[in-house]
Write a protein of this length. Structure first.
Length: 285
């Protein structure tokens, strides 16, 4: 009896701590601390606030960091080795580790600026943000091929631009790398018309064809395909989540149906036994 008491007690503690860390109130409290910590780190950039409230800001920051570390250890205790199977748990641990390292010694104080990375923990604690990040991660293979296509387009137009405009405008198309950066600026539509295209078109009217074709391909086509891939991935993940929930409901209904059938079968068996007993009693003289 003593032998089983230890593991049983340990499992009960694990389940209790797991319910605690997964409780909505705990999750909301952690989100509140993340937002508060981000605001305090922002206030540290103000000499005026640090002069008057620097001590309190620093102390609150240490308390919040202690709570974050405690949360990680509680999750480790609650989930065991399964903790390391979640990429989000590893991400949270890395962010907290980066925050703890500066307190070790002066040689790590340069990492103090990275404490703002704690704000990224909101990605894990807010479900809607988590869905967006997971959609981006699932879309990486398709986005990679879009990046390859965009690289090919950039390379082709950079070589063409260097051959056509290098002599007249070396500041924009004087080299391959310079041409690539110019095309990137054009793709972002940042001062591309007045700063780059119009001066060149004023000297070479045919250059308008070059710029229009590049913008249509790079900006309006390729980038829209990129957005479409991300949106489609989000829809697929949403449908997969719904299907998983439906499957869970089906399994639950099936298990309940089997349980009810077993209960009905047991009741029938008990009724049969009662009938047999009644027959035996009535048959006695």
């Amino acid at each position: 009896m003593i032998y089983f008491c230890g593991p049983l007690s340990y499992n009960m503690k694990q389940s209790t701590i797991k319910r605690f860390v997964e409780h909505p109130f705990t999750q909301r409290f952690i989100i509140f601390l993340i937002i508060l910590n981000s605001i305090l780190i922002g206030l540290e950039t103000s000499p005026v606030y640090m002069e008057h409230f620097g001590f309190y800001i620093d102390q609150i920051d240490k308390i919040i960091l202690f709570i974050f570390v405690a949360e990680i250890f509680l999750k480790l205790y609650a989930y065991g080795w399964r903790f390391f199977g979640s990429a989000w748990n590893l991400f949270d641990s890395a962010v907290i580790l980066v925050s703890v390292i500066p307190s070790i010694g002066a040689s790590f104080t340069v990492l103090r600026a990275l404490r703002i990375l704690r704000t990224l923990r909101l990605l894990n604690n807010i479900p809607k943000l988590k869905i967006i990040i997971e959609s981006l991660l699932h879309a990486i293979p398709s986005i990679g091929w879009i990046a390859v296509l965009l690289t090919i387009i950039f390379y082709i137009f950079a070589v063409i631009g260097n051959n056509l405009f290098a002599t007249a405008h070396p500041e924009y198309f004087g080299s391959l790398t310079g041409s690539l950066f110019t095309l990137f600026q054009i793709m972002t539509l940042e001062s591309w018309s007045s700063g780059i295209a119009r001066p060149i078109i004023g000297e070479m009217p045919f250059a308008s064809i070059y710029f229009v074709i590049f913008i249509l391909i790079a900006t309006y086509t390729t980038l829209n395909i990129f957005i479409a891939i991300v949106v489609n991935t989000m829809n697929e993940l949403h449908r997969a989540g719904l299907n998983e929930e439906e499957e869970h409901i089906k399994k639950f209904v099936h298990s309940e149906h089997e349980r009810l059938n077993n209960q009905i079968a047991d009741m029938k068996s008990e009724l049969s036994e009662i009938k047999e007993l009644l027959k035996q009693q009535t048959a006695k003289p």
